[in-house]
Design a protein around this ligand. Structure first.
Ligand code: SF4
Length: 315
């Protein structure tokens, strides 16, 4: 499938079927931690990048053929709300699949009334918020010109006024950047004015384009949970667990995920272990088969090894 991947197991959304609406990488920001690499060229104009009927057909096919799906999640190769026509897709999915819909977004376009309107039917919207000051926002999220801090915060506030679904703010906590007491208090102060239902702390555990990006130690994570709790309940970060529901088309299934989401080798081995009922020889055979396709390369991030899709020029 071209647009649909997973389901991936996550603490926040259970078994989540990912739907990617964008050509890679299309974004209004260039975050230091982006798992898709640096933004080569900002995209700021909204567009129906792929026919919505084509995307809907893939979603419905996945819902019929793949196991347990708790959420259908619009997310992917850049800023999700750059896709024009989200309201049509959300409405049709809810009507035909009766599975709740979530949208993961950086929130940069929420200042536009049409974007806020297109998201109203989503059951949950998860915008990013990584800094409580303009200076830190510029350093972490490195937005396109015209997409400054005030615009971001104002968009989030306006959306909260109009949206009655679940607003779950996602905070990427980065060592040495936004994990100081001052930075966290600034964030809590602004978040109090946005009034999300919940704050999800996430960590930059996947390969990042900038070498200085690192995961804070446990003490700093606990302090972040404590300080941000002044604005809303905080979900402590936990690594999602990947699930594979069938050995059929394993190469395609793993490729669909890895193209958007670097795969931790340990997670992949654990998922294969579950799939093959702990049969190590089958797990090794599957790993060898996947690697022999030549589609993946392994990269180190901290102490972990990740699989990513090889760049086309390297194939
Ligand atoms: S908003 Fe998301 S896709 Fe865009 S640069 Fe940041 S992390 Fe990457």
């Amino acid at each position: 499938m071209k647009h649909v991947f997973g389901p991936i197991s996550s603490k926040r959304l259970g078994q989540s079927l990912g739907v990617d609406l964008l050509p890679s990488k299309s974004c209004t920001w260039n975050c230091v931690y982006c798992q898709l690499g640096r933004t080569q060229r900002f995209v700021t104009e909204r567009c129906e990048f792929f026919p919505k009927e084509e995307i809907l057909a893939e979603i419905l096919q996945a819902v019929e053929t793949r196991e347990k799906i708790d959420w259908i999640t619009f997310v992917g190769s850049g800023e999700t709300t750059l896709y024009k026509g989200l309201d049509w897709l959300i409405g049709r999915v809810k009507q035909l699949a009766t599975i709740p819909v979530a949208v993961i977004t950086n929130g940069s376009l929420l200042s536009l009334p049409e974007v806020r309107r297109e998201l109203l039917e989503a059951d949950a919207v998860l915008p990013s918020f990584n800094a409580g000051s303009a200076e830190l926002f510029e350093r972490i999220d490195r937005p396109a010109p015209g997409f400054g801090f005030e615009r971001h915060v104002e968009g989030l506030r306006q959306f909260r006024e109009e949206y009655s679904g679940k607003l779950w703010i996602e905070v990427m906590l980065i060592a040495g950047m936004n994990d100081s007491e001052g930075a966290l208090r600034d964030m809590a102060a602004v978040l109090s004015t946005i009034r999300p239902e919940m704050i999800h702390l996430v960590l930059p555990t996947r390969p990042a384009p900038e070498g200085f990006v690192a995961v804070p130690d446990e003490d700093r994570i606990r302090r972040a949970v404590f300080i941000l709790s002044a604005a809303a309940p905080v979900v402590h970060p936990a690594k999602g667990e990947m699930a594979l529901d069938s050995a059929d088309n394993l190469l395609e299934t793993v490729s669909e995920i890895a193209v958007r989401h670097p795969l931790q080798e340990r997670e992949l081995e654990a998922a294969l272990g579950k799939l093959f009922d702990g049969d190590h020889s089958k797990v090794h055979e599957a790993i060898a088969g996947l690697l022999s396709s030549g589609r993946f390369e392994k990269v180190h991030q901290g102490d972990d090894l990740y699989w990513i899709i090889k760049a086309p020029s390297e194939e």
